[in-house]
Design a protein around this ligand. Sequence first.
Ligand code: ADP
Ligand code: MG
Ligand code: MG
Length: 902
Amino acid sequence: MAAHDPVEQKYVYDFAEGNKDLKDLLGGKGANLAEMTNLGLPVPPGFTITTEACKAYLTTGREPDGLAAQIEAHLESLEREMGRRLGDPDDPLLVSVRSGAKFSMPGMMETVLNVGLNDRSVVGLSNQAGGNDRFAWDSYRRLIQMFGKTVCEVPGEEFEHALDEIKRAKGTHNDLDLDADDLRGLVDAYKQIFAKHTGREFPQEPREQLDLAIRAVFDSWNAERAVLYRRQERIPADLGTAVNVVTMVFGNLGPDSGTGVAFTRDPGSGAQGIYGDYLANAQGEDVVAGIRNTVPLQELEQLDKTSYDQLLGIMARLEEHYKDLCDIEFTIERGKLWMLQTRVGKRTAAAAFVIAGQLVDEGLIDLDEALHRVNGAQLAQLMFPRFQLDHEFEPVAKGIGASPGAASGKVVFTSARAVELAAEGESVILVRRETNPDDLNGMIAAKGILTSRGGKTSHAAVVARGMGKTCVSGADELDVNVPAKKFTVGDHVVSEGDVVSIDGTTGKVYLGEVPVMPSEVVQYFEGELDPENTDDALVRAVHRIMTHADGARRLRVRTNADTGADAARARRFGAEGIGLCRTEHMFLGDRRELVERLILASGERERDDALAALLPLQRADFIEIFREMDGLPVTVRLIDPPLHEFLPPLEQLAVNVAVAQERGEDVAKEEALLAAVRRMHEENPMLGLRGVRLGLVIPGLFAMQVRAIAEAAVAVVRDGGTACPEIMVPLVGAVQELETVRAEAERIIAEVAGDSGVEVLIGTMIEVPRAALTAGQIAEAAEFFSFGTNDLTQMGWGFSRDDVEGAFFWRYLELGIFGISPFESIDTDGVGRLVRIAAEEGRAARPGLKLGVCGEHGGDPDSVHFFHSVGLDYVSCSPFRVPVARLEAGRAAITTTGSDSR
Ligand code: ADP
Ligand code: MG
Ligand code: MG
């Protein structure tokens, strides 16, 4: 195809031709090398082969037409510029071949340095370096090692062993003690290893080395670990990687040379300053490999003040240019500084807020941009209690932070033991190689879950996140032995009953109990820390950005709260009303007896008595909540679950009756209860007699609740308060259901409210697909809709959360059928479409119809953006999620351009 194209596709870009916005095409590394080149910073010359070339190679299995010629042309011009030819025996040009995808995938793909060295050019290199044989042979052995490992899959340990062998023979641990002869010997040993594993000699032809290395980088995109990493990080599989060919500069030329990495500020806390490591007389990969001890970057000032000052200048320049924290890699070759990489640096959640705030102070970004740079997931992380870590606690293992939080407890290895110990009031951590659906009860009982296998989509991770439980998965240093009830990690043996602590945010595992401290961000939300008057930079930054989000957002944020205490806390967290007050708990505890009377009532009289007894109790509950939410709307949902859920479980009741009968006791009442439970038993309670159906079947039930709400509102108003109740009817599927309830409710409200001025809105949940699809009709009888996205998801997909989440979600995630659990983040294509239809048709039928969401999606960052885009008026979520929703609603309002917040 390409051969017939009038204009051949451009696959190779000189650094001078690119810029930082071309990440899709040039990868992150290539785009930023180009950007630095064009800023006039000292970057060794080179070129980038595009991701398009990689994609073409990966689909067809061969390099696309024109690629070889373009590489040749760019190589020639590089050779001209440098005045050297690749691998020239007398005066060789050497290059590195470096992968670089759009999103950084640390450690996933590799780099080959010193390409162009062979048995002859190694001598030329030595001459270039003024007869430095040691350096030349060190560079050559590195090439064979890296080329062998990354390009030809020779096991890396073999090279390591050979190196150790020579060091041992020499009686040293330091590779700097090896002289030129030692290294020449090492090259021979490496070549043998290479030949043994590949069945061929190490390639001497420089251009062949280059082509094979480029191809290996392309192939590394589909290496197993890269595929796994992408799936976990939700990086699309079809992006491909670019390849950078960069002129080598040498940090291993002697004590006046070296290499280092640095951040422009502390990526942990966000504090300003220089954070980095430097290693003299070394090549790039030595710094991270930990072969020798690095020194703090500040010490470079003593070693080479000129380069140090220049580096600081460049770092300041980069920050100003990228307007963000940058991380960099650099090399000093005989006193000359070279920049080898930069990118906007990763950071912790705390640093994200602090840095965003600082950059506003420095005038580099505005508050909109600061708001864009942080996100709700980071804020949520900052609200979890944290381990109070000091030098006493060193992690023994690190897995994947699968579900955030900090948990300590006694180790158990089985679900049964977890349940047992938890029942005795112990905190336990369930440790398994991996979990499966049989572990569910143990997972519920445990404070935290720790597995040695599996990633972010493993059963343990998915279920733990669904439960909001701390989980570290895939801590593969742990050797878990369930039958022996112990695990080993390093030199430690941990047995059942020993205490461990796990951090579900960082994935770190500690032995013993690490003390937990409350989050200062929560203290701030609670009003215990004055943001104007604290030296806590994080609290100041959070306050500032939250204030901006509140000013920017269009969505209101309410809370789900059933008690006065929850309502009060949510209000402190910024809730602007209650979007869902469940009335279920008002039928529990010592009120169960009244519910039993209601269910067992043999006639109208008895039933009315039971309801009359419940009325004042409910009224008192509502008064408390209305008082806490004074002046703000409170949406009360009429009773939703099937009544038999308030009775004792069938099995237990049956046993009680049998035992009592045996003893000859009077069991008339229990028998009646048992009969009622049997009668009301449902195969499929999720789809049974619940919600509005219950209200239409049990006379007086909804009426009692409506009366309690109205009376409570009147009482609050008489006391000088302002109550704004909204009555919400659950599970409506047809407008006729709502009309029936509404007629009775309106009558009662009119009677109770009298001239008190109390007004009560009546609306419905939209949680049955039919309701969404007939929203135009339903809106005629509803003053508001509140989307119950949990049920809408269950009924939209046709599965019940409790049954399926532990059963097969992990598999669906693994297969990519779900990108994320539809209970975690709303399924915008399906369930979201129902929301959109209902919103549009509801508003068309009744302009100004109030629209909200209750259910945990209301506090999920991505879902909040979706609800904003649909034009809802508010989201409602649990108290702790209120700040997250406020922040994301603000971000949704400013990120209308859809820029990438990854
Ligand atoms: P990674 O993405 O794993 O950091 P890099 O491509 O950045 O891989 O390279 C690995 C190491 O090699 C880095 O420390 C880098 O600075 C160093 N390096 C890469 N290219 C060159 C070069 N042309 N000259 C000197 N060092 C280099
Ligand atoms: Mg790098
Ligand atoms: Mg529901």
